[in-house]
Write a protein that binds this ligand. Structure first.
Ligand code: ZN
Ligand code: ZN
Ligand code: FE
Length: 756
């Protein structure tokens, strides 16, 4: 015998439920190694015997070719005495060992499966539910753990002998692929009219394509829910869809045939291309190349949200005549995504002409994710399909449920060191949204047997979620919204020191009872001090000022000019309405004060007559960014006051300058950019003042306003130039979708100190 040696390897990180053991098995077989592999609560244990050279090759594969969904934190290797194993095997986990099996997100169809469905000689030719160990549904179909077929919505389908053979063979790409299926044994698609009556046809997918070409609107059941789809090049159909959905201007996502098609319509760099083609397949926001596609897809926006097909069914929808589809989440405005066949007809029958349904159940609804590449990296905006429920590892936390934000909600729930950030839940404006939320919380609790000791929630006194949180069992801890934003950024950057947190967003309840949103916090994981903020401005009409930015603009004018407000700026608003709002401002009627940066953007957008009313959050600011002229370097005057040990940005001169520019008929694109430049300038100066006062050099940026690329890039670069250490978001959304993980961490730190 040649020199045989034995190595004992412990791999830690995200290595369970991600196809790690079959991967190890195959790598061991390829290198003729003996021994075994096993899951434990600590990680994956691998016992290996073979020549030193083949063990080296194995370790190289382990380090460099691990399954795409895994994330190795550490590989520990020990030398051990040779035992002369006869074979390599996959060992069962010990019964008394509590292994937390992580659930993989749903994964886009892999290249091999794609080739099979396009190959007329393959037995899976045109089969829309083709998948393998490397791809297909996971999170959306799992009812319970352990992850075995009977615990999924594939339970009712019995594998045929061919599928079963693949399933049993460790060397096959479909070894233990739980959703494995084929035409003869798996789920099927079917076509119905808008009332849910099945339409018999030889090939429902071919039929749907014909209907799309005719300009029909179709609901298509996909991976995590239904989409509403139509021809992305048919302006009339898209307009009709907007009408039927009562969705005047919020952009529709597109699905395009392939990467070459995307490049025809959008500017795509290498990182963007990889993100589009990757296994997570988010909707990626891309700059439009030429305005060839219908205006109605994304009115007044210079970006398009584009994704590539991510299920076999999607691939089959495209051909030489269909290369761009509108693919928007199927929901009724403000309500959760529709994901069950029964509810589809009931809820969407008035919006669509036909349904393409199937009999594979979706257990957990999962929306498409949204991302954008900024500063050379993919940054997540909506973390859902492809990403959730991958946990973030945080040490030393108790079982906690963090309720998250009111808008763009996600919740975060933890077991041991794993913090599971949920998929996108949407706005918590109604009971139906809450029911969906509750269902998903329960699902996570059941999966991992979690009994939260700590309940973390927002300090706003009258949010739907806060009221439910207060009734929940467990130690209740309130968290301030912007503190949660900054901590979510600190956690993902693994910062342990104190930082200057800059939280710019629309709305968050402050400790003084006012609405915050332009905040400079000096903070750590447990607490914060409000070191600075944008000056307070009245929001006349309360929440209605969010939907009607002109009211916010009037609030700013009133703050700046008091009794000498020149209302002639508002050419499109009725004088009577202006008077009402002015009276409210003067007499403090229904006029809550806000330091929100989002509202400041809204106000400027309305001042220059760009957006007086909005139909979705952030619309006015998005439009303002879109028109801003790149080259403009001008800047407005601003002041920083020092009041009660706090720095306050005084916006009066900014407003005066803007009004002067408007009176001089300066172009909107110039004013827009000057405004952006000004925000960057005063933010930099504020940060420098706070650095001197508090002796802190690290800065964390968070809050939805940082989805603005001009602002994020501009400020980031300026801060770096001024020798700050700057931390920004990447894997956790900077908007309210990231709030819950911040709440979870803060609540744990606060609780620890209560004990002591
Ligand atoms: Zn595959
Ligand atoms: Zn089969
Ligand atoms: Fe926020």
């Amino acid at each position: 015998m040649k020199d045989i040696c034995r190595k004992y390897v412990v791999v830690t990180g995200i290595v369970q439920g991600v196809g790690f053991r079959p991967f190890v098995y195959n790598a061991a077989m390829d290198n003729e190694l003996k021994g075994w592999v096993k899951n434990t609560s600590e990680g994956v244990y691998i016992d290996l015997e073979g020549t030193p050279n083949s063990i080296e090759l194995f370790l190289h594969t382990l380090r460099n070719e691990a399954p795409p969904l895994s994330k190795i934190n550490n590989i520990a290797i020990e030398h051990r005495e040779v035992r002369n194993y006869k074979e390599f095997s996959i060992e069962k986990s010990d019964d008394n060992d509590r292994v937390i099996t992580l659930i993989s997100p749903d994964v886009a169809t892999c290249k091999e499966c794609e080739m099979e469905i396009m190959n007329s000689k393959d037995r899976r030719f045109h089969y829309p539910f083709t998948n393998c160990t490397n791809c297909g549904p996971r999170f959306s179909i799992i009812k319970k753990l352990p992850y075995d077929r009977p615990m999924t919505t594939m339970e009712k389908f019995n594998m045929c002998p061919y599928c079963n053979e693949e399933y049993e063979n460790p060397r096959d790409r479909r070894f233990h692929a739980q959703p494995n299926a084929c035409e003869s044994c798996g789920p099927r698609v079917y076509l119905t009219d808008r009332y849910g009556n099945e339409i018999t046809t030889q090939d429902p997918i071919e039929e749907i394509k014909n209907l799309i070409k005719e300009g029909k609107i179709i609901a298509i059941k996909g991976l995590g829910g239904l989409h509403i789809a139509c021809d992305g090049k048919n302006e009339e159909t898209i307009k009709l869809l907007r009408e039927r959905k009562s969705r005047p201007s919020k952009p529709f996502a597109l699905m395009m045939k392939d990467i070459d098609t995307v490049k025809q319509y959008c500017l795509v760099n290498e990182i963007e291309e990889n993100t589009l083609k990757g296994i997570k397949r988010p909707i990626l926001l891309l700059d439009v190349k030429d305005n060839i596609l219908p205006f109605s897809i994304a009115p007044n926006n210079n970006r398009l949200g584009v994704m590539l097909p991510y299920t076999p069914l999607h691939h089959l929808l495209f051909d030489d005549n269909i290369d761009v589809l509108v693919m928007t989440s199927a929901n009724v405005s403000g309500l959760p995504i529709v994901y069950k066949n029964e509810e589809a007809v009931e809820k969407l029958g008035d919006i669509v002409d036909y349904f393409l349904l199937n009999n594979r159940g979706i257990h957990v609804p999962v929306d498409d994710s949204v991302a954008r590449v900024i500063l050379g990296e993919e940054r997540i905006i909506r973390r859902s399909r492809g990403y959730a429920p991958m946990p973030i590892i945080i040490n030393d936390i108790k079982e906690t449920l963090a309720y998250g934000s009111h808008l763009k909600n996600t919740f975060c729930i933890s077991k041991e060191q794993f913090a599971f950030l949920s998929q996108h839940m949407g706005d918590m404006d109604n009971l139906e949204a809450y029911r969906n939320y509750e269902y998903n919380v329960k699902h996570f609790k059941n999966l991992y047997n979690i009994k939260p000791e700590i309940i973390a929630y927002d300090m706003h006194p009258d949010l739907l979620l806060s009221n439910f949180a207060k009734k929940d069992e467990g130690k209740k801890i309130q968290v301030q919204h912007h503190h949660a934003h900054i901590v979510s950024c600190m956690i993902e950057n693994e910062i342990t020191e104190k930082v200057i947190g800059i939280a710019f967003d629309g709305t968050g309840f402050g400790t003084d009872g006012k609405i915050w949103g332009g905040e400079f916090l000096v903070c750590d994981y447990e607490d914060f001090e409000r070191a600075g903020h944008l000056n307070y401005v009245k929001m006349a009409g309360g929440d209605s000022a969010v939907k009607e930015p002109w009211k916010m603009a009037l609030g700013y004018l009133f703050k700046t000019y008091r009794d000498e407000v020149n209302t002639s700026i508002f050419t499109s608003i009725h004088e009577k309405n202006i008077k009402i709002i002015l009276t409210m401002l003067k007499n403090n009627i229904n006029s809550i004060e806000t330091s929100s940066m989002g509202r400041f953007f809204d106000a400027v957008s309305a001042l220059i007559n760009l957006k007086m009313k909005v139909s979705f959050g952030g619309e006015a600011a998005i439009n303002l960014e879109a028109i801003s002229c790149d080259r403009e370097r001008g800047i407005y005057n601003y002041e920083i006051d020092f009041v009660n040990e706090t720095y306050v940005v005084n916006t009066d001169n900014i407003i005066k300058n803007i009004v002067e520019d408007i009176e001089k008929n300066i172009d909107k694109s110039i004013i827009g950019k000057r405004f952006h430049n000004t925000v960057i300038a005063f933010t930099l100066e504020m940060t420098k003042l706070i650095r001197s006062k508090h002796k802190i050099n690290s800065v964390a940026l968070s809050g939805g306003v940082f989805q603005n690329e001009i602002l994020l890039k501009g400020l980031y670069e300026k801060l770096i130039e001024n020798n700050f250490k700057v931390y920004i978001h990447k894997d956790i959304p900077c908007n309210d979708g990231g709030i819950s993980i911040g709440q979870l961490v803060i609540a744990n730190y606060k609780e620890k100190n209560m004990e002591e």
